[in-house]
Design a binder for this molecule. Structure first.
Ligand code: ADP
Length: 449
């Protein structure tokens, strides 16, 4: 990986971690807010439940003593005696009510003691009214050491997440207090955090997806750069071959002995010409494909005799310096004329013959036939070469497609794409049939007109 790409990757990874951490912090912070809100609500619920129970106990007490004037007088007297210090204005209404509750409780408890089960059932009702779905327990605790004196129900082992209310004092000496504990109130917390959680999850997913796309683009970019380099080095290699041949042959022709030898001179001139043609072919293929991509490729159509083109190519390829090449031709007629771009069609057929020779392990034997039917001319280029694996045929005509079973053969995978592009531009088509280690046949169909 190149250094800028590496740096970008590190920055992206660091950003992902930061975003996820920020999300986790936000969720945690919101969770704490919800937890505190639940604690405050528990305080209120416990107070409500205690007061409701106190009222019930007071009513029961009053009913039981309805005929006993003295007892009632006593209660009123007792309450009158308490100094609430209202005049000083140091305590708010709520705290005065709390004090009243404590006095009432102290008095009534001597007749009807507090019953945790009753407070439990009242709490249950209040929770229900407030739509809070959670297990809970009411505890009577010793304020000093927070030990549980009594409990409305047992705390099971699975009660690991508890939200306790503030202790609610039952006496002025602060000896005993009531406590409401919500047990595992997950559904309530999720309900309250729902929108925030959903938003956070969606945001995290979007951020992860965006980073994934960024990574994919980066690695695609990296592949493209590698591919471009490979492609350029392949083209350079393809062009070097004819240049080297040209250099050797022109160099040889400078030698007066070779130059005066007619046979040698003709051969070297022929080789030089072939090298130039090959170079020209590669360049015009690259230019042609680039033009086609831009939509600028125009055919220079005129009547072309396919037999002539093939015979010229035969003469060019049989004198291969690398392999012994035999090219057999079989034409239905001496003159087979189609409307086409002579230069481009020649380049196409040259590619097919060149491939037939290149991809033959042994000395190359190529059969070229031209047949005709009512509306088309069918050219077949048959070799006895290495063949093409069946699974590669589907993508064979795609740009830069190469089969990896011939690493020694140079090429850059645009020849067949060029052939297909040009033939189709002529209104024709190309197909291939092949058998591994037996050979391949490329069939080109061209319309007459
Ligand atoms: P290049 O020859 O530069 O690789 P082409 O587009 O001409 O590019 O060919 C694409 C691939 O098709 C070649 O790499 C080769 O694997 C396969 N191929 C083409 N013609 C033949 C053939 N006659 N025999 C076997 N394989 C072939």
């Amino acid at each position: 990986m190149s250094t800028p790409t590496k740096t970008i990757s590190y920055i992206v990874i660091a950003s992902i971690i930061l975003i996820l951490c920020a999300q986790a912090y936000l969720v945690y912070d919101y969770f704490q807010t919800v937890r505190l809100a639940l604690i405050r609500e528990s305080d209120t619920i416990l107070k409500e439940a205690f007061r409701a129970d106190l009222n019930q106990r007071n009513n029961t007490y009053l009913l039981s003593t309805v005929n006993d004037e003295n007892e009632n007088m006593d209660l009123t007297d007792d309450i009158d005696v308490i100094d609430f210090n209202l005049s000083e204005g140091s305590e708010d209404e709520e705290s005065i009510l709390n004090k009243l509750d404590i006095v009432m409780h102290a008095y009534i408890s001597t007749f009807i003691p507090i019953n945790l089960q009753k407070i439990d059932s009242i709490t249950n009702q209040i929770l229900h009214e407030r739509n809070i779905a959670s297990e809970f327990v009411i505890q009577l605790i010793a304020t000093e050491d927070q030990t549980v004196i009594a409990s409305s129900r047992e705390l099971s082992k699975s009660s690991f997440f508890l939200i306790p209310s503030q202790p609610y004092p039952l006496d002025f000496e602060n000896k005993e207090a009531l406590k409401l504990i919500l047990i595992n109130p997950f559904s309530e917390i999720i309900k309250r955090m729902g929108l925030m959680l959903l938003g956070s999850i969606i945001f995290s997913i979007i951020a992860l997806l965006a980073f994934r796309i960024l990574f994919l683009t980066l690695s695609k970019q990296k592949k493209l750069v590698r591919f471009k380099n490979e492609f350029l080095s392949n083209i350079a290699h393809e062009l070097k071959r004819p240049v080297a041949s040209l250099t050797v042959n022109l160099d040889g022709l400078q030698d007066p002995d070779i130059f005066s030898n007619t046979g040698m001179r003709d051969m070297m001139l022929h080789n030089s010409l072939n090298a130039l043609t090959e170079m020209n072919g590669t360049i015009s293929m690259l230019v042609g494909l680039a033009r086609e991509e831009e939509g600028l490729l125009v055919l220079n159509k005129q009547p072309v005799n396919l037999v002539h083109i093939i015979m010229d190519l035969k003469n060019r390829f049989v004198s291969s310096p690398v392999k012994r090449v035999s090219i057999h031709t079989d034409f239905e007629s001496e003159t087979i004329i189609v409307q086409g771009d002579s230069i481009m069609l020649t380049q196409c057929f040259a590619n097919l013959i060149d491939n037939a020779i290149k991809y033959s392990d042994r000395d190359a034997i190529v059969n070229i036939s031209i047949r005709m039917n009512k509306s088309n001319v069918i050219l077949a280029f048959k070799d006895q070469g290495i063949g093409i694996p069946a699974d590669k045929i589907e993508h064979l005509f795609e740009k830069y497609s190469r089969v990896d079973n011939h690493s020694k053969v140079s090429g850059f995978g645009i020849g067949l794409n060029y052939v297909k592009t040009i033939i189709e531009k002529h209104g024709g088509s190309i197909s291939v049939s092949s058998e591994l280690h037996v050979g391949s046949t490329f069939e080109v169909l061209l319309p007459y007109k």
